[in-house]
Design a protein around this ligand. Structure first.
Ligand code: CDP
Length: 784
């Protein structure tokens, strides 16, 4: 049980307004593009218009002659320094600047540096590149066909297959399917999406030849990991590299990889001895930086006639683009996709994934997602609905029949995960009540009689967040723990430095609330600092909703270490034994004599002015937290849609989201996280796809084609919570940031399919644009 502090202290459970918003709403944030250094120059990338072409020649003479141009760097130049290729986060390598051939449209071909950005852009146009077009592969199925052109000539393996990965018991699962009374299957394509953060990627690389230090102001979700990678790849001593991630305008996984633009800016700064700024345009961001999803999935469920699920079989083709630059833990080529067994209790499952190269931008990043958990949640929640349709059982009832019972936690899934805690029935019950499910089903039946299309979609998703236990999780070899350092000043105020990096999640507020909870120092008196590798303790950064499960825990543990020391100081001040003291938020008092007390502020002052003989002065602690397990947040989302039979437009009438992330630090911030993630889920379900034509031209390369929902398109979100604490997290908290993005696509799609199910529709792939629905209605004879 978490004891609630007073609102003045503002510990866990208080909806404190976000400290950081004061500067953001005044336009006084400090983003990478706000960094202006003396002598700073600007870089611009030349990019390939072709998806697959041999590079015949690159002529940089005209560009170099343009006044104001300082340098033009090509792949051949980088090759001399052994930097034409760089390692990806997933055992592959990626061209920094192209040599030999280009493999996707918008691939980086040359880097122009000029005194100002406009000159750099003009000069980029003057770089003459001669290409010879090659056959293009945009369909991963075709990439695997015999005789398909080999895209990656640099590899020993002469085909386009990257990896095969499987988990579970294939034979036992096949047997379950052979003997099953009922089977259901769904082929679902989770289209290529892009996180599209409002701030694009960029950096200012500043090499000081006098000190030998390289400072990189970087849009980085993982500053420490990036520092280490710069040191390893660039050969610069790590103590001479400082990565500063200032304010970040959204990351959602897009700012985890290292991009060629960063490397080019560093090389240019090392060469010219001047700070070099490189900032992407919107189209560059959408066309070339880490995409997400692009999973072609098949799920089959075996069940009894009564609807008891007996087994799951999953087969997936993963399109990784030209380089396998997936950002996921080393041991998991398909991320945490094996959470695809979902919220349901059955003994047998088998899952296999094949990764494939195509002529598309590289990536496979965790877009608001724990490394492929979004694809997994979507697949199982779609499959359960298809099974319900097959069995003619209400989808809510089928889910309830199969939920892992509360008493079975910790629950070992057939694909190997140990779910920490869950109460899926309670979340479902609350969501059904809130939405008025029984009434809605009656209304739907009435509407169907009149030819009106209304659908109700349910998603009872399970998440897996908080990577991770270091025995299993590492990225590029670096173990996935995280850290917090707290220093309490003599006047009882403090600073808390973290290995994570907020991109808008409100960390400056919530970490301060954890310290407030543990030490009773008001959250307002705690400064939270992230993103400077010179000052913050080493950590793996913020993505995959890991900040609360890992760094939140580190914060609580560091605060507890401080409390232990504070207790000894209090005993010294009160002239008693530490064993005689009791803690009550913000003070130690003598058992049975509450008036004999010392506040944490008094103790902090004494730590610097009157500490016991033999004890070190000061009041500070650092904690590197290695979680014993991941946390498993969950929820039930219910979406109600109406479909306009004239236009095929889907209107989301209601959306009820019941989330459970264990104990909540800041309910208002959690609500904000849910609202944002649901809006992204809506966009994915109905509007967004980075599609390609047969020549590999990007079809979603600007916000004219890759649509972002505005307040006009976004429905009212109805949120609520249940609370099932994590048994192993020191605060009982689970992560939450990605839950709405993970859980909602299935609810939207299930609602649309539910509206069309009586017409014989079993599945509709995202994005469900009006034309797609209208075409189905036409095919089914609903419209002529
Ligand atoms: O790693 P990331 O910050 O993206 O995800 P998170 O750990 O789920 O946290 C997102 C935001 O929600 C942070 O400000 C958290 O402190 C807050 N949160 C919370 O208030 N209570 C929870 N149980 C989980 C997250």
């Amino acid at each position: 049980m978490i004891t609630k502090t007073s609102p003045e202290v503002g510990g866990m459970g208080h909806s404190l307004k976000r400290k950081e918003d004061l500067r953001f709403i005044q336009g006084r944030g400090n983003y990478v593009d706000d960094v202006h250094l003396p002598g700073m120059v600007h870089g611009q990338l030349v990019r390939s218009p072709y998806a697959h072409a041999r590079l015949k020649s690159i002529n940089t003479e005209k560009a170099k002659k343009l006044p104001g141009v300082l340098a033009v760097i090509t792949g051949e130049d980088l090759a001399k320094a052994n930097l034409a290729w760089m390692p990806t986060l997933f055992f592959d390598k990626q061209m920094v600047l192209a040599t030999g051939k280009v493999l996707f449209q918008s691939q980086e071909v040359a880097f122009v540096v000029a005194e100002d950005r406009y000159t750099a852009a003009d000069a980029a146009e003057l770089v003459e590149v001669e290409y010879e077009e090659l056959p293009v592969l945009v369909d991963p199925h075709k990439s695997l066909e015999p005789g398909a052109p080999v895209l990656r000539e640099d590899r020993e393996q002469k085909d386009n297959h990257i990896f095969h990965w499987e988990v579970g018991d294939r034979q036992a699962t096949d047997k379950v399917f052979q003997n099953a009374a009922v089977t259901a299957n769904v082929h679902a394509f989770f289209q290529r999406c892009h996180p599209a953060p409002l701030e694009t990627c960029g950096c200012v690389a500043d090499f000081n030849s006098a000190t030998g230090r390289l400072t990189v102001h970087l849009t980085s979700q993982a500053p420490h990991a990036h520092r280490t990678l710069f040191a390893i790849v660039g050969g610069i001593p790590e103590n001479n590299i400082r990565v500063i991630s200032p304010d970040i305008g959204g990351g959602f996984g897009n700012k985890v990889p290292i991009y060629p633009g960063y490397v080019c800016a560093v090389v240019a700064s090392l060469t010219l001895g001047r700070p070099v700024k490189w900032i992407e345009t919107r189209s560059e961001n959408l066309q070339s930086t880490g995409f997400a999803r692009d999973y072609h999935m098949t799920a089959e469920l075996a069940a009894s006639r009564e609807g008891k699920i007996q087994g799951l079989r999953v087969k997936t083709l993963a399109d990784h683009g030209a380089f396998n630059a997936a950002a996921q833990p080393t041991k998991f080529p398909a991320g945490l996709f094996s959470i695809c067994t979902g919220a349901y209790d059955y003994p047998t499952a088998f899952c296999e994934v094949d990764g494939v190269y195509t002529n598309k931008a590289p990536g496979g990043i965790a877009y608001r997602c724990s490394f492929r958990v979004t694809e997994a949640a979507y697949l199982i929640e779609r499959a359960v609905d298809v099974l319900a349709q097959e069995l003619k059982i209400d989808p809510a009832e089928l889910r309830r029949k199969n939920f892992i019972p509360k008493a079975k936690f910790p629950y070992k899934s057939p694909l190997g995960w140990s779910y920490d805690s869950g109460d899926y029935e309670s979340a479902m019950k609350l969501a059904l009540e809130k939405v008025g499910y029984a009434e809605l089903r009656k209304e739907q039946a009435e509407k169907r009689k009149k030819g009106e299309l209304m659908g109700i979609g349910i998603s009872s998703f399970v998440e897996i967040v908080g990577a991770g236990p270091s025995h299993t999780f590492d990225i590029a070899g670096i173990k996935m723990f995280d850290s917090c350092e707290i220093r309490i000043h003599p006047t009882g105020k403090g600073i808390c430095r973290m290995g994570t990096k907020s991109q808008g999640q409100g960390h400056e507020t919530t970490y301060a609330q954890i310290v407030a909870q543990e030490l009773g120092i008001p959250a307002a008196d705690i400064t939270v600092e992230e993103g400077d590798t010179d000052t913050a303790p080493y950590g793996l950064g913020t993505y995959a909703s890991r900040s609360t499960p890992v760094s939140g825990a580190a914060t609580a543990m560091a605060a507890r270490k401080i409390r232990e020391k504070a207790k000894k100081i209090a005993a010294h001040l009160l002239e008693c034994s530490a064993d005689d003291l009791e803690w009550e938020t913000g003070k130690f008092f003598v058992k049975g004599a509450p008036s004999k007390a010392k506040t944490i502020q008094e103790i902090a002052f004494a730590a610097y002015t009157n500490h016991p003989q033999g004890m070190e002065a000061g009041l500070e602690a650092v904690d590197y937290y290695d979680p014993p397990n991941l946390t498993f947040p969950f929820g039930t989302y219910i979406c109600v849609v109406d479909i306009d039979t004239g236009t095929g437009e889907v209107k989301v009438r209601r959306f009820v989201a019941v989330d459970d992330c264990g104990n909540v630090i800041n309910p208002m911030i959690v609500d904000g996280q849910i609202h944002g993630g649901l809006t992204e889920g809506l966009a994915i379900a109905f509007m967004q796809e980075i599609a390609y034509d047969e020549n590999g031209n990007v079809q979603g390369g600007s916000f004219q084609d890759y649509l972002l929902p505005t307040a006009v398109e976004t429905p009212h979100w109805e949120t609520d919570k249940t609370c099932t604490p994590s048994p192993h997290h020191p605060l009982g908290a689970k992560g939450v940031g990605e839950s709405p993005n993970v859980g909602s696509p299935a609810a939207f799609v299930n609602a649309v399919v539910d509206a069309l199910a009586h017409l014989g529709v079993k599945h509709v792939d995202m994005p469900i644009a009006p034309w797609k629905v209208w075409s189905i209605l036409k095919e089914k004879g609903v419209v002529s």
